[in-house]
Structures are given as C-alpha cells and as structure tokens.
Design a protein around this ligand. Structure first.
Ligand SMILES: OC[C@H]1O[C@H](O[C@H]2O[C@H](CO)[C@@H](O)[C@H](O)[C@H]2O)[C@H](O)[C@@H](O)[C@@H]1O
Length: 498
C-alpha cells in the first residue's frame, strides 16, 4: 500500500534488514554504569536523615539510575542518517521499558531525582542536551528520535534549569544558556498561543498544536485505524494532527482531548480534538517558566529582559484567573475554544495553577482551601493516588490510572497554599501514594510508569501499549515526596520542592 509507512521509518527499514536493525539498536545506545566523578549516586537521599524504611527504599531507587542511563554511541554521530536517534553528546536517563530514548517532560522529574541523589553532573549534561536541541531545532522535541521532531511536550526546560541552579548555585552555567531558554519559550509563544473568547472579552493562552498532519510513526497502524472513520483526506489529516497534538500534551490519550456533540468529554478516540482545548496545566507550566525567567534575568542584572518576562507572567496570571478559574466550583478548568465555555470535570491537571503559584498572594490560602474542598467532594482521598480524570475510557490518561507527575503537582500545590487543611490533605495523599508504590515494588521488584488508583500496589493499564516498568519519572517524583515528607533532620543542601 502506498504511504503505508512514514518516510523516516521507511528509510531505516529499507536500508537495513531486520537482523541488522537489531544489531544497530544494540550498538546505537549503550548503558553507562559509572557516572561522572563529581556525581555521588549513593546520594544524600540515602543518608541517615530519615526512617530506615525510607532509606532502604531510596537506596533501591538510586540503584536503578545506572540501569536507565544511556549514552549515544559514536556510530550515530558518524552516520546520523542511518539512525532514528537524535545524537546528543551527554548521557541521559530513559523512562524504561519500551521507551529507550530520552523524553522531554519525563526528564523534569528525573532531574529532580538525580539532584536529590547528588548526581549533578548527569543532571547538567541532560540540560545541555536539551539546550543543544533548542539551538539546533528551535524547540525541544517530544523525545530523542527524529520522528518526534514535529511536536514537543509540556515545556519544562526553564524549570529544570531552576532546579539545577538552586541545587548547585552554578550561575555561570545559567548565564551562558539563558538566551536558549528564552528561544524555547518564544517557540511556545509564537507557535502555540491562540485567542480565547470568554464573556465577550478576548485573551491569549496556549494550547497543544503539532504542525504535522500525518500518523505518528511510532504508532502508525493505530493512527491509521483511528482516523479511518473519516471519509475525506482533509478530515483524516485533522484527526492525525489532533493525535500528534495529544502526544505533544504528554496525555496520550485522555477524555480531556475528546469532545462529544455537546462538547462534553467522550471516550471515543476517533473524536479527538486536542487543539480545541485550552489546557490548565500547559498554561500553568508556561506561567511558572515566565516568572522564573524574570527571576533569572534579575539575578543576571539584565533588567529589560526581566521586565519583559515579568509582563508575560502577569499577563498569563490574569488570563489563567479570568479564563480558567471557576469561582463557583473553586477550581481551574480546561476551556473549550469552540463553545467558549469551561469543561467542568475533575482532572488532576486542574490543580496545576496552585502548584505554579499563578495566584495573587492574598488569594493563595483561599484557593488552597477551595482546592481541598473540591478534592473531598470527589472522594479523591479514598483512592490510592490521584486519578488523572474520573472517566473510564480505557485510555491510559483516564480513570483509574494515576501518574506520578500529577501526584507531585497536586500535593505540592496544596502544601504551598499555606492552608492548614490543604496541607494535611497533601500529606495524606503523599502517604497513600508512597505506600502504593512501595507495595508494588515489594511485589514486582520494579517501579511502574502509572498505577491503578483503585487498588494499593497495583500497576495501571489501558491505552495502546502494555504497562512499562523502570521508571524514570516515577522514581524522580517519589524521591521528591519522600524527601519532603519523610525527613527527620535538616539537610546539607537547600530543598528543591515543586
Ligand atoms: O508510543 C506511544 C506514545 O508514547 C509516549 O507517551 C507515553 O510515554 C512517555 C514516556 O514516558 C510520556 O512522556 C507520555 O506522557 C506517555 O503518554 C510518547 O511520549 C508519545 O509521543 C508516543 O506517541
């Protein structure tokens, strides 16, 4: 069949018969077991500052880093056209399982875990890989393959730099790279921002919007099948673009991106319309990054640039408040660009502005209180992890799956609101999540990419592939939770909680 495989895949498959491909993937990436000399993978996390159960678990997690570390071999640099890997110089940490290359937003939580394990050189190298990609391609691709070059993932590079600089005080490193951080955020401002109308007023906010209208090479047959319900080529192309935009969101896939005829979330993937949604979490990530740029430029005494990013942060804060905050329900909601109305449904992403602090100082406590009430209303405390949504669609970013990054986003959002009840709920949520992860680890001897919020210790399921283990971001984010909630003494370094 013509066009059965995308050109990138064809190029690799045509040149190399199956056996050679296997050989190549074996030699294209290799594991590194020794880290840089200044890295200390025994890590301060495993030091005797916490209960012994916590120390033992953390030691086991730290021991997983070498299994997930990769470096690109010289063959790829010598013959880049014969590999699908994007050649980056420094070692990195992969998620694990089928994910054998680096992933953009996974790396944010991985980096937190690396810093908490005192592996600052590896962390630095990972940031520099991303800096290289922004310099070369103008943005950070979804992951480390050339077939990911038509979409990004939630923007977190500036936040990675923040964690690194906060841990190391390496302002020279920051000063040399700040223009590239700026370049990445300009990509989002220029390519992903759209006009939003609410109550007759216009605002600007971002949405996910891949520029490619063909099936995802890594899930080619799945996408062909999903979009085959459409009769015209134009409709099929729209469908592919929305699937790729869904992958750009990192929530691939979820009822959040699916609309029924009345604009309500749906479980039928063929109705995917990712671009129609203004996502709360994406705009919170951007707000947090804009504010961070303001602080970075102030430290570097570049006052004009600091003012530019201060204005952007203020604009985003106002727009998040006016368009996404729902005073009646006391929470933020995604916004439907077509029907100009909020999508009033539970999602773990609804809490992201609390975590990003996209709130006026005098409203912080009240917003924390409201968010706590909202969690209780939906009985979220009864679960073993905060589920992505409350829709059972069979898609992996829906009920009952709970994903690690959003545990930290919700928990640290509640924690930093300063409201006492919100803080005690945050602690209870952290306990349940850590418990479930530890139970699963005891039974299976591995960490998973997602968990089932209905059963403590049970891994998640659904979606287009089987459950994967490893797992980079789960390990990084649980280290952050354990470090914050299960500590018995003060620490040498300043914490990096977010
Ligand atoms: O191959 C299917 C999809 O797999 C990735 O998405 C999932 O794994 C990623 C790595 O852990 C994670 O970043 C993402 O949030 C998950 O949904 C990949 O990112 C997708 O682009 C890809 O289509």
């Amino acid at each position: 069949m013509k066009n059965k495989y995308p050109t990138e895949v064809l190029r690799e498959e045509k040149r190399y018969p199956i056996t050679v491909i296997h050989l190549i993937s074996f030699t294209a990436l290799f594991k590194i077991t020794t880290f840089s000399l200044t890295d200390n993978p025994d890590g301060q996390l495993a030091a005797p500052r916490r209960p012994s159960w916590g120390r033992n678990f953390l030691k086991k997690l730290i021991a997983i880093w070498p299994q997930l570390s990769r470096k690109i071999s010289q063959h790829v640099f010598d013959q880049p056209d014969t590999f699908s890997l994007i050649p980056v110089k420094n070692a990195f940490i992969i998620p694990g399982g089928r994910f054998k290359e680096f992933y953009y937003w996974d790396s944010y939580w991985i980096l937190k875990g690396l810093l908490l394990s005192d592996m600052k050189e590896t962390a630095k190298g990972i940031i520099d890989n991303f800096i290289y990609m922004v310099s070369t391609y103008g943005f950070v691709p979804n992951g480390g393959r050339i077939y990911y070059l038509n979409r990004s993932q939630p923007p977190v590079l500036t936040l990675m730099m923040k964690d690194y600089v906060q841990y190391t005080n390496d302002f020279v490193f920051l000063a040399k790279r700040i223009d590239v951080l700026e370049k990445e955020l300009q990509f989002w401002l220029k390519k992903r921002v759209t006009k939003v109308v609410k109550d007759g007023e216009s605002y600007h906010l971002a949405h996910f919007d891949s520029e490619s209208d063909t099936p995802r090479p890594e899930s080619y047959l799945e996408d062909l099948e999903t979009c085959s319900v459409y009769n015209t080529t134009e409709q099929q192309h729209e469908c592919y673009t929305d699937l790729k935009s869904g992958a750009e969101s990192g929530w691939d896939f979820t009822s959040r991106w699916i609309f029924d005829y009345e604009g309500e979330p749906d479980t039928d993937l063929t109705k995917i319309s990712t671009r129609r949604n203004i996502p709360v979490d994406l705009n919170a990530f951007l707000y947090k990054s804009f504010r961070q740029m303001q602080y970075f430029y102030l430290i570097l005494r570049r006052h004009d640039e600091a003012k530019y990013w201060q204005d952007k942060a203020e604009e985003w804060k106002i727009n998040i408040e006016k368009v996404l905050y729902n005073t009646e329900d006391g929470i933020w909601y995604d916004y439907d660009l077509k029907l100009n109305k909020p999508r009033r449904h539970f999602a773990a992403s609804n809490f992201a502005p609390l975590w990003a602090n996209a709130i006026d100082e005098d409203l912080k406590k009240e917003r924390g209180q409201n968010a706590a009430r909202y969690l209780k209303k939906y009985g979220i405390l009864e679960f073993h992890g905060i589920p992505s949504t409350l829709f059972t669609s069979g898609l992996q970013w829906d009920f009952p799956n709970a994903w690690s990054p959003y545990q930290n986003i919700v928990i640290f959002g509640l924690e930093r609101s300063g409201d006492q009840e919100a803080q005690s709920i945050a602690k209870a949520l952290a306990h349940k999540w850590v418990q479930s992860n530890m139970r699963a680890f005891d039974e299976n001897k591995v960490m998973f990419e997602k968990y089932n919020s209905l059963i403590s210790g049970q891994f998640g399921g659904g979606g287009e592939y089987h459950i994967q283990s490893g797992f980079g971001w789960t390990n990084g984010s649980i280290m952050e939770l354990i470090d914050y909630y299960f500590r018995v003494k003060s620490r040498k370094h300043r914490p990096i909680y977010d």
